[in-house]
Design a protein. Structure first.
Length: 315
């Protein structure tokens, strides 16, 4: 069993709140995805050095829209449809096709949508994609690639090298790698088994979320079992659509991922619509954001083989 993060609960919670990480969550389940054709070289991975987008160290890839760019897009494994900023959609003069229902953390909202003939990262291209359009000030990036773009491709978050790689080639593993099985749903969501203070919790990895989030069922369980290690703090959550939702944050004793145990992890709890949309609102469930993911050297999501590899720092 590998443990890390010990003794950091109060300091980490103070830094967490000071940085305002709880104020920028993934939009969650973004509806409006179109059926698109793939054109790709499946044998290679697309590696692209990148800069961290924000304090939560969310990584981006270099995407081209209709051959123009590249633009720094997030890849969000918690969103089932892709998004483009209002500013970039206007700059590229993408044709408006109507409005779609977008499911964010605070509920459902109708937003404009546009079409792009091609959306490419390296040699991988999606054709005739529908993209939801959101204000730049809320998404804080030129755009977001969701599960409609990613599909069953692999995704490697290499925090040690500060880059993201998209592709189906299996990652290198070693004695520092912890592998956790993935269960894929027809909706495209990929679930893993994790534990919170020893209790099994349905979990998914959300590369677009700055914070780790628990549903109300997990909040009630954490209170009942007495596994919170810090006092509660109130926090305002801002969705990609600009909707605001009240939440509460406290550190839980530990989160287990396979044989790795992370100590004193701040978790935001609240009535997140994301869990309701994915059908994860009745039992304890957890969304793991980049605040936890970037504790590892690499996180490799290998959907083809049904496994996520977490590589802990050798130190």
């Amino acid at each position: 069993m590998r443990e890390f993060g010990k003794g950091c609960s109060r300091r980490r919670m103070a830094a967490f709140l000071a940085a305002g990480l709880g104020a920028s969550l993934s939009g969650g389940s973004l509806l409006g995805a179109s059926s698109s054709a793939w054109a790709q070289d499946a044998g290679e991975s697309t590696a692209d050095p990148t800069k961290a987008l924000d304090l939560a160290h969310r990584l981006t890839v270099a995407a081209k829209i209709n051959g123009r760019g590249p633009y720094r897009f997030l890849v969000d494994t918690g969103a089932n449809a892709s998004v483009i900023s209002e500013a970039l959609a206007g700059e590229l003069n993408l044709p408006l096709v109507g409005r779609v229902a977008l499911h964010g953390i605070a509920g459902v909202e109708q937003v404009p949508s546009v079409t792009a003939a091609t959306v490419s990262v390296g040699r991988r291209t999606r054709r005739d994609m529908t993209l939801s359009v959101l204000p730049s000030r809320f998404i804080r990036a030129p755009g977001i690639l969701g599960l409609d773009w990613l599909g069953g491709q692999g995704l490697i978050l290499d925090f040690a090298r500060n880059e993201m790689r998209v592709g189906s080639r299996p990652p290198m593993t070693n004695e520092y790698t912890i592998s956790v099985p993935v269960k894929s749903r027809p909706s495209g969501l990929h679930l893993i088994e994790a534990t919170v203070a020893g209790s099994s919790v349905t979990t998914f990895v959300d590369t677009g979320s700055t914070t780790t989030v628990g549903n109300l069922a997990l909040m009630r369980q954490a209170i009942r079992l007495g596994v919170l290690t810090t006092p509660w703090a109130d926090i305002q959550l801002l969705s990609l659509t600009g909707q605001v939702l009240a939440g509460r944050v406290a550190a839980v004793r530990n989160i287990g991922l396979g044989t790795a145990t992370i100590q004193n992890v701040p978790v935001v709890f609240g009535p997140m619509h994301t869990f309701e949309y994915w059908g994860l609102d009745t039992k304890p469930a957890l969304l793991i954001g980049t605040d936890v993911l970037n504790l590892f050297d690499t996180v490799a999501l290998d959907f083809t083989r049904g496994v996520v590899h977490f590589t802990v720092p050798s130190a």
